[in-house]
Design a protein around this ligand. Structure first.
Ligand code: ATP
Length: 256
C-alpha cells in the first residue's frame, strides 16, 4: 500500500477556547487520502468545509490532533512553510493573482512558489513565455493570447483559469479547490471544471474540491465527502460514489 499523501488524525479546532463563546468547529476528524484521489467535498453553510481547508493549508492551527502531508508531520508548521506542499484556488478570481503583473509574470512567480522572488523579469525568457502560452492554451478560453496583459484586465473566467494553472504549475502534493468555479457563469464554470478534471487525471494530482453544485460533486472525482457540524458524515469511494444519486444527496441535506 502506498503512503497516504494526507492524514488528519483526530483533528479538532475549538474557537474562542476558555470563553463563554467557545465552539468546536472541527470535531475529531480522521481522514486518510491516497495520492491521486480527487475528492469532492459537500456540506451546508457553516459545516466546516473552509475550516478543513484552512487547517490543511496551515492558516488555522489545530487545537488538538495531528496532520501529516506525504508522511511529514506538519501540525506545527505555519502556512508559509507548507507553501511548497500545497496550492489553493479560491472562489474569487481576484484572489491568487497579482492584478498589475501580467499573466506570464504571475506564472513565473507561481513556478517559484516557496523560493526567493529575485530576478523575476530577467528570467522571463522567450522560451519560458512560449512554454506558458502552450500551458494556458489548454484552458481553451483565449488566455494564451492575453498573457502579456496585466492580470486585472482579464475576464473573471480567464483570471480563474490562470489561478488554476498557477496552482498546478509546480505539481503540489495537494491541490485545494475552494469553490473555484462558483463565481463564474454556467458555461465558463463547466469549461473550467472539465479542464480541472483533465489536469487532475493527466498529472495524477491529489485534489480536494469544495462545491455546492451537487451535479459537479457527483460527476467529478473518485471520492465524495459530506461534512456536517465539523464532522465527516459520509465518505463514498469509487463504485459507491459512482452509484450515488442526486436525490440521495438531497436527502442528506434535508436531514440538517
Ligand atoms: N475563526 C473563527 N472564529 C469563530 N468561528 C469560526 C471561525 N472560522 C469558522 N468559524 C465558524 O465555524 C463554522 C464553520 O465555518 P466554515 O467557514 O468552515 O463553514 P463552511 O462549510 O465552509 O461554510 P460555507 O459553505 O458557508 O462556506 C461556522 O459556524 C463559522 O462561523
Amino acid at each position: 500500500m502506498t503512503e497516504p499523501i494526507l492524514e488528519l488524525i483526530d483533528a479538532t479546532v475549538i474557537v474562542n477556547q476558555n470563553t463563554p463563546d467557545a465552539k468546536i468547529i472541527l470535531q475529531g476528524v480522521n481522514l486518510t487520502i491516497q495520492p491521486g484521489e480527487f475528492i469532492t467535498l459537500l456540506g451546508s453553510n457553516g459545516a466546516g468545509k473552509s475550516t478543513l481547508f484552512n487547517v490543511i493549508a496551515g492558516t488555522l492551527p489545530l487545537s488538538s490532533g495531528q496532520i501529516k502531508i506525504a508522511g511529514q508531520d506538519v501540525t506545527q508548521m505555519g502556512a508559509t512553510q507548507r507553501t511548497k506542499l500545497l496550492a489553493r484556488v479560491f472562489q474569487d478570481p481576484k484572489v491568487g493573482t497579482s492584478p498589475r503583473m501580467t499573466g506570464a509574470e504571475n506564472l513565473l512567480l507561481a513556478e517559484r512558489r516557496g523560493q526567493r522572488r529575485r530576478l523575476l523579469n530577467r528570467r522571463l525568457t522567450a522560451e519560458k513565455q512560449a512554454h506558458f502560452v502552450n500551458l494556458v492554451n489548454r484552458m481553451g478560453n483565449g488566455l494564451g493570447t492575453r498573457l502579456d496583459m496585466p492580470t486585472g484586465a482579464l475576464s473573471g473566467g480567464q483570471r480563474q483559469a490562470l489561478s488554476f494553472v498557477m496552482a498546478t504549475l509546480s505539481r503540489p502534493e495537494i491541490l485545494l479547490l475552494d469553490e473555484h468555479t462558483a463565481a463564474l457563469d454556467p458555461k465558463t464554470s463547466q469549461q473550467l471544471m472539465r479542464v480541472t478534471d483533465e489536469q487532475v487525471r493527466e498529472q495524477h494530482l491529489t485534489a480536494l474540491m469544495i462545491t455546492h453544485n451537487l451535479d459537479d460533486a457527483l460527476r467529478y472525482g473518485n471520492r465524495l465527502l459530506i461534512l456536517h457540524a465539523g464532522q465527516i458524515q459520509a465518505d463514498y469511494n469509487g463504485d459507491e460514489k459512482s452509484q450515488l444519486t442526486r436525490n440521495q444527496l438531497l436527502d442528506y441535506f434535508e436531514q440538517y
